[in-house]
Design a protein around this ligand. Structure first.
Ligand code: ZN
Length: 154
């Protein structure tokens, strides 16, 4: 029989200090602030390190200010650079951003539809400046974006 409980240890969250269950690898998501306990994030505190979407130092600052740990568009692009496949929601619709091996950045609906034509960009800067949804620039509506994260297989 599996000994599920014994595999977990309880430690204080590196960001908010609340207790969080971590596995054998010291990894676990804080239910209080959403921070993923992760050694790499602590080792490189100013970089976005998977599975977190913001750097450790930024997460601490946001938490102290009482703000949610939410990535900026720049943080999102840093994640994209590492992980190649990202997703986010806007007005309940799931979008995908993929960095293909031919160095094109493809911005599309996660579930393709006729009403949204996929956009292709050639640099992160171009994506950040020009990506749009229904005529609104992504950078201008980023505050309304939710669940910006590494892509999960559905
Ligand atoms: Zn926490």
């Amino acid at each position: 029989m599996s000994d599920y409980k014994a595999k977990f240890t309880v430690i204080p969250c590196a960001v908010c200090g609340q207790l969080v269950d971590v596995d054998n690898f010291g990894q676990g998501k804080c239910r209080h602030c959403g921070w993923h306990q992760d050694e790499m994030s602590l080792e490189y505190p100013d970089q976005v390190e998977y599975p977190n979407m913001v750097s450790f130092n930024k997460a601490k600052t946001l938490y102290k200010q009482g703000l949610p740990i939410k990535p900026s568009l720049d943080d999102f692009i840093e994640g994209l650079d590492f992980y190649q496949e990202m997703e986010f929601e806007y007005k309940g619709i799931l979008f995908a951003v993929c960095n293909h091996s031919d160095d094109t950045i493809c911005f599309s609906k996660y579930f393709p539809s006729d009403s949204f034509e996929a956009q292709v960009y050639y640099t992160y800067e171009e994506f950040a400046e020009k990506a749009h949804i229904g005529g609104k620039l992504l950078k201008d509506i980023w505050d309304d974006v939710t669940n910006a994260d590494y892509m999960i297989c559905r």
